[in-house]
Ligand binder design. Sequence first.
Ligand code: NAD
Length: 402
Amino acid sequence: MSTGLGASRREFLRAMGTAAVGALGAGWAMAQEGGPGGPGDDRKVRVGIVGGGFGAAFQWHLDPGCIVEAVSDLRQDRREHLMAVYQCEKAYDSLEELILDDAIDAVAVFTGAPDHVRHCTAVMDTGKHVMSAVPAGLTLEGCEQLIEAKERNGVIYMMAETSHYRPETILMRQLYQDGVFGEIEYCEMEYYHPARPGSAERQALWYWNGEPTWRHNYPPMLYPTHCTDFIVGVTGERYTEVSCMGLRPTAEEDPETVDNQYDNPFDTGIALMRTDRGHITRCNRSRLLHAHGERAQWFGAESAAFMPSWAGQPFVVKRVGEADLTSHPDYMHLLPEPMRVPTGHGNSHAFLTHEFILALLQEREPEVNVYDAVAETAPGIVAHQSALKGGELMKIPSFDPA
Ligand SMILES: NC(=O)c1ccc[n+]([C@@H]2O[C@H](COP(=O)([O-])OP(=O)(O)OC[C@H]3O[C@@H](n4cnc5c(N)ncnc54)[C@H](O)[C@@H]3O)[C@@H](O)[C@H]2O)c1
């Protein structure tokens, strides 16, 4: 057990400044020093954007290294929305048509979760790079397919996991990388997104034009990455085993859950997971509980860090023998100037956008690459299977290169 005891307060606070650039991505410092992807580099990545819901919430048009070449959605209103947001005049009726456009280098896939593997594989098989919305996939076979497609085509895959670029996560990554925090022995992570029976939130998420959407009765543990990134994206650890229990509403409590498209009986999953370094995590996912938000609290022997919570917990990092750290930087000054705009999910969107473009210009693997993406997704897939078996302890396969 390492505790980071030797770190001084000066080292602790170093993580607050521009030194934190290393926690943003492997090439951010190189770009700032005038290397590839920096201010003197006038090359442009031409992207296509698919999915005009959440896919319209990124900053492609503001990135100095990017041109939005084309957009697509099956819905005309959303195609028009994407064209307006990204100031782009070329639109396709479907992803399948967009990916045939040779002017496009990379595609951002923001379609529904059950389509990610099929859509991202189709993109990569045209030789284009891809950014995928979360989760990477819904099955272990799908995770494998993504890795095969990435390796077969020699392209870059990145998953747009918003938790990765929340400012508290960036700070934790820096504190961990600098050895200031020490080992994270235990973590509590949670993603609560209420969609209770009869609520307006459920109606908006579960139905479109009177028909069920892909979110209708979606198994909570198949959406784990906002949680799992708090460890995989901070320490690089992999989850190896999980035991999960679920809350099952009865047909009387929630009649809309009967005969659903996923045969999913759960509205909540509570998982205990172990990492390849022997550490433990408790991961909560729920659409039922009276709670809200995406957050973690990390514990070591000499340090603990708490993200703010909906219930009133303030942000704080506590260390034995040190004053509490009660504020953190927003890191916005490390983005290109036009991209320093407020966005959702802790202002993470512009960082995700820029990291993908920088990785392409620097011809390197991005943050949340395909191996990280499946390492964040697979624990939830196995957790769901565990819950179906009453909490059986199950192994999580590794998808990392041998
Ligand atoms: N914090 C986060 O990271 C976060 C937040 C919200 C959503 N998401 C993810 O983003 C994705 C999109 O979410 P959403 O809420 O906008 O979902 P959504 O279902 O509202 O939108 C998906 C869009 O994709 C379009 N689409 C589907 N197939 C297509 C095809 N073949 N060609 C062109 N367009 C196609 C649909 O018409 C639809 O407009 C989901 O995977 C979701 O999990 C992530």
